[in-house]
Design a protein around this ligand. Structure first.
Ligand code: SF4
Length: 210
């Protein structure tokens, strides 16, 4: 059995956790955005009974040890209460090693701002090891996006859409997501944006990780 730990049961940070038959990896607590709806800004780092608070950024070998045998899972997902691409080198090192150990499918749940953060297109590098990305579209327009994500970076919304295009062009399967029930968010309009980009769309529910 892989080491999947609840903080309630032991004091070790939760670097890997199981949900929906998938394995989720928690590699950072830093974010580019400061989403008003994020549980961590309500003082909670708990997601489905897993306390995802990290007191430091884990090394790649620590994440790999926590992941155990990656071949056991249909999907391995980089997703915590932080933005995985902010640790690009660690993410790539872990994804590469997981693939070498038999991982079937690797996904990143991301804000889609990596190219804006790094000032270059990182999707060709990701495409070597990552099969899919789930990108937080969040809203159908920039004003609604900025209101909910409280982005400090000008042009974040356009950069996120450019990242989706770039990831698709690099051969990564792209899904855009938006959260049903957020004030002012038009799910049908979000779905139409995904359709126009030629990528998938998934409606998420507030506080449900996946
Ligand atoms: S990107 Fe995700 S983890 Fe980061 S603040 Fe927004 S909802 Fe929270």
């Amino acid at each position: 059995m892989p080491k999947v730990s609840h903080r309630q049961q032991q004091e070790e940070p939760v670097l890997a956790y199981e949900l929906h038959g998938n394995l989720y990896l928690n590699i950072t607590y830093h974010c580019t955005l400061r989403c008003a709806f994020c549980p961590k800004f309500q003082g909670s780092w708990e997601v489905q009974n897993y306390d995802l608070l990290l007191t430091r950024e884990p090394e790649a070998d620590e994440v790999l040890t926590a992941a155990g045998d990656p071949a056991r899972y249909k999907e391995i997902v980089f997703c915590g209460l932080g933005e995985p691409t902010l640790r690009l080198d660690t993410l790539v090192a872990v994804a590469k090693a997981l693939k070498a150990r038999g991982a079937q499918h690797i996904r990143i749940n991301t804000d889609g701002l990596a190219n804006l953060v790094y000032g270059r297109d990182v999707t060709p590098e990701l495409a070597q090891w990552v099969d899919s990305v789930s990108i937080s579209l969040t809203a159908q327009d920039e004003a609604t996006y900025d209101r909910h994500t409280r982005s400090k970076r000008p042009g974040a919304y356009a950069a996120m859409l450019d990242f989706a295009r770039a990831a698709k062009a690099s051969g990564i399967a792209v899904t855009l997501t938006a959260i049903n029930g957020l004030e002012g968010v038009d799910i049908a309009a979000c779905e139409e944006i995904a359709r126009q980009l030629g990528v998938k769309f998934r409606r998420r529910e507030l506080d449900v990780v996946g």
